[in-house]
Design a protein around this ligand. Structure first.
Ligand code: HEM
Length: 426
């Protein structure tokens, strides 16, 4: 790609369908390379990405989701912009959400979250996933063809988080009706893809969970919501109701769209590669590795942002204070210095679990075990209940001339819709 300097990664629609040649071009120039249109340092190298993720002394997460948009409220001048960040971080979008917090606030709020998704809770949640998946598949599979995201992946990921947080059965349909939405195709490439988290869905979640938590604090019951309502910070102090509500809303916001993209990428790959599908049907113990390779090759979160607080250097490149850095998980996961023949989809790849699809360091995705379990349950049940899954040519065109639409954001990577056909297993 010769003209890559002319390309505006944050606005160019052509990169939505296939961002990988652009990432290659950037890395070919330098694994830490400035993007001129929005003045962002793009980190496409694996080791360099890990370095940024692990250095919370030099980098703040205050812009983790929004990056160069909408800009910092004041000019970031001086040798150390930590104080300016502390003064103005509350004015930035999503400042009350975990991904944008820095230690020590992040440490406390993350600990609160980890008390809600304990190994025991995750185990119980996984047990109900099988039941949830089969319930949805009864309807989805019946016609022999259907759109996978609206028909299965969207409702499944929503119901799994509702179950994790103990949303009572009788309220789940209302959650589905309010939160289940069509992909944000109207949002435009400049969007961060976080519009799902804004306005009414987030307000709805805040309202719902405030009621739940207040009720359970007044009258504790034997249920998961009571556990949520009575969880404490690491020092034993009780959080404000709003702190707990935020954590619950965070889980819906961070866990749903991402997992939908993973599930749909996995199904697309399986439907496009009949031999691989046959292999997974006969050797089910390969499913976990298949999921990891999907996460590596089609990372649902293309990247996250960091803001440098002080002068530092990454991979030998100087980063001045106040620099917006984009750590590109998708690009690091295709760094040939780390993954041999990175463009090839190799279900037997030995070091695949080293991928950065879930990030690294203090913000590393706490939902990773959940997302992996959701993918495993989905694949196990779909492979069990069908004998052959195919791409619907009517929607995507014939093999060799397929048409796919991807979510038009610079943050997420994944399909807006995936139309499949299948033969049900006898
Ligand atoms: C395939 C699915 C998923 C992917 C690819 C993914 C990816 C990520 C990444 C890359 C981060 C780090 C962001 C940063 O460093 O700035 C993150 C953070 C987070 N994820 Fe996930 N995620 C997925 C599923 C989930 C699920 C299912 C949940 C919860 C139910 C979840 C909850 C969170 C939360 C709360 C954070 C913020 C953690 C923190 O800031 O300490 N994610 N995720």
């Amino acid at each position: 790609m010769d003209d890559f300097e002319a390309i505006d990664f944050f606005r160019d629609e052509a990169l939505v369908a296939d961002p990988y040649p652009y990432f290659e071009a950037l890395r070919g120039r330098c694994p830490v390379q400035r993007e001129n249109h929005h003045d962002v340092m793009m980190v496409t190298g694996y080791d360099e990405a890990v370095q940024v993720y692990n250095d919370t002394d030099a980098f703040s997460s205050c812009i983790s989701v929004t990056g160069p948009f909408p800009g910092f409220p004041v000019p970031l001048e001086g040798d150390d912009v930590s104080e300016l960040i502390a003064l103005h971080r509350d004015e930035l979008p999503m400042s009350d959400q975990l991904p944008t917090m820095d230690p020590p606030t992040h440490t406390d709020h993350r600990a609160l979250l980890m008390r809600l998704i304990t190994p025991k809770r995750l185990k119980e949640n996984e047990a109900s996933m099988w039941h949830l998946a089969d319930g949805l598949l009864d309807d989805y599979l019946a016609p022999g063809e259907g759109e996978f995201i609206g028909g299965f992946a969207g409702p499944f990921t929503l119901l799994v988080i509702a179950d994790l947080l103990g949303v009572p059965e009788e309220d789940r349909q209302e959650f589905m009706d309010t939160l289940q939405r069509r992909p944000a195709a109207e949002a435009g490439v400049g969007s961060t893809g976080d519009d799902t988290l804004h306005h009414s869905p987030l307000e709805y979640l805040y309202g719902r969970f405030t009621t739940y938590i207040e009720e359970r604090r007044r009258e504790p019951r034997e249920d998961v919501l009571t556990g949520l309502a009575t969880a404490t910070f690491p020092d034993g102090s009780p959080p404000e109701v709003i702190d707990v509500v935020r954590v619950a809303a965070n889980l819906f916001a961070a866990g749903q769209e991402t997992t939908v993209r993973l599930l749909s990428s996995a199904l697309k790959i399986l439907a496009e590669q009949p031999e691989l599908q046959r292999l997974l049907r006969t050797e089910r113990d390969r499913i976990p590795n298949f999921i990891e390779e999907t996460l590596r090759a089609e990372s649902p979160v293309k990247g996250d942002f960091r803001l440098s607080k002080v002068a530092t250097s990454v991979g030998g490149v100087d980063i001045p204070p106040g620099t917006t850095v984009m750590v590109l998980n998708s690009a690091a996961n295709r760094d040939p210095r780390q993954f041999e023949d990175p463009a090839a989809f190799d279900v037997g790849r030995a070091n695949v679990r080293r991928h950065l699809a879930f990030g690294r360091g203090v913000h590393t995705c706490p939902g990773a075990p959940l997302a992996r379990a959701e993918a495993r349950v989905t694949l196990e049940r779909l492979l069990e209940r069908t004998s052959d899954i195919r791409i619907a040519e009517r929607a995507h065109g014939p093999a060799g001339a397929r048409r796919y639409d991807y979510v038009p954001t610079f943050i997420l990577r994944g399909l807006t819709n995936l139309n499949l056909e299948w033969s049900e297993a006898r």
